[in-house]
Design a protein around this ligand. Structure first.
Ligand code: HEC
Ligand code: HEC
Length: 291
């Protein structure tokens, strides 16, 4: 490659001396604005290295800390602490408000519903399904069919103390095991099951259902009601509404009568704080079935 610096006759500018197939390169200086911007970025970078954490310390490990002592982690910690403090105010307000007051105050209500949704997903959805959609043996909480009651206070009591657990305050009732304990024989269980199914229009054997009605009145009505409408004091489900906790097929109903069920829910008093239990109460109440 020739290095023959000459003056370009057309532009009167010196060339770099390089030539490719007769094409020469003019030696124009870079534009001033570009050079100044370039110098400015260098100065800015040096300033940044001095002020902020910048260079890995290859000898001693760690990194240069910068004279400002800025730490991103600290900044986030402060932001989280500030949010916590904001929330603490709301938690205190909720803890000292009645359930009705929470329902009546737009700020408290939206805070409680948001917090309740999270607490429900963390603590309750494993049994009751996402959003309270229910599972076999674990009641749906989005409908207005209640075993123990759907008013705010009822729901709060259920959450605080649970159902059929070892706590003395827990809601409690126990259906007899009619088959296993020999209270009714196979035919009687078949008949009363037919009667139960007929209450929601699923009976297939009228004669059996007729015989079953007598058994029902004698053995079941005390808990499930004269017409199978259920009884909340005992958590005895409505048997006439075609909503089933344990399944509404003939086989499932026979199984419920033969062995009885014993659904257990833990209590949350002492495990969740006051504010969280109230948030859950308001959230469950608002799922659609609140009374
Ligand atoms: C270990 C499983 C389990 C967990 C966890 C659980 N529950 Fe329950 N829950 C049950 C069972 C079982 C029943 C029904 C018991 C029965 O047959 O009466 C029930 C009943 C209820 C009822 C009464 C429904 C009615 O119709 O009256 C409410 C309200 C309720 N749960 C809310 C919650 C909330 C809120 C949480 C979370 C803090 C929760 N549950 C966590 C098992 C659970
Ligand atoms: C001492 C009260 C009591 C008596 C008596 C009783 N039950 Fe029950 N029954 C309950 C309770 C409480 C439940 C809910 C149990 C649970 O959730 O673990 C229940 C549940 C059921 C279920 C399951 C309902 C569902 O939604 O899956 C059926 C079916 C049933 N009972 C039928 C009967 C029949 C039939 C009789 C009479 C032969 C009877 N029960 C007598 C209290 C009673």
């Amino acid at each position: 490659m020739a290095t023959n610096r000459i003056k370009d006759p057309v532009t009167d500018t010196e060339t770099t001396g390089h030539e490719w197939d007769g094409i020469r390169e003019l030696d124009n200086p870079a534009p001033k604005w570009l050079m100044y911007t370039f110098y400015a970025t260098i100065i800015w970078a040096i300033g940044y290295w001095v002020l902020y954490p910048a260079w890995p310390n290859l000898m001693g490990g760690g990194y240069t800390k910068g004279v400002l002592g800025y730490v991103q982690r600290e900044e986030i910690k402060e932001q989280i602490a500030a949010k916590r403090a904001d929330q603490a105010v709301m938690h205190d307000r909720i803890a000292s408000a009645s359930l009705q007051e929470i329902r009546g105050d737009a700020d408290l209500l939206s805070f409680a519903l948001a917090g309740g949704r999270v607490a429900f997903a963390d603590n309750c959805a494993g049994c009751h399904g996402a959003g309270g959609s229910g599972n076999t043996g674990f009641p749906v909480l989005v409908d207005d069919e209640w075993l123990w009651g759907g008013a705010l206070e009822d729901i709060q009591y259920t959450i605080l103390h649970g159902i059929r657990n070892s706590s003395a305050d827990a809601r409690y009732s126990e259906m007899p095991r009619f088959g296993r304990d020999g209270i009714l024989n196979r035919e009687e269980i078949n008949d009363v099951a037919e009667y139960v199914l007929s209450l929601s229009g699923h009976g297939t054997d009228k004669a059996a259902a007729g015989r079953g009605e007598e058994i029902f009145v004698a053995q079941c009505a005390a808990c499930h009601g004269e017409k199978g409408e259920g009884m909340r004091e005992l958590g005895a489900p409505n048997l006439a509404d075609d909503i089933w906790l344990y399944g509404g097929s003939k086989a499932k109903v026979v199984e419920s009568i033969t062995n009885a069920r014993f659904g257990v829910m833990p209590g949350w008093a002492g495990r969740l704080d006051d504010s969280t239990i109230k948030q859950l109460t308001v959230y469950v109440h608002a799922l659609g079935g609140g009374e």
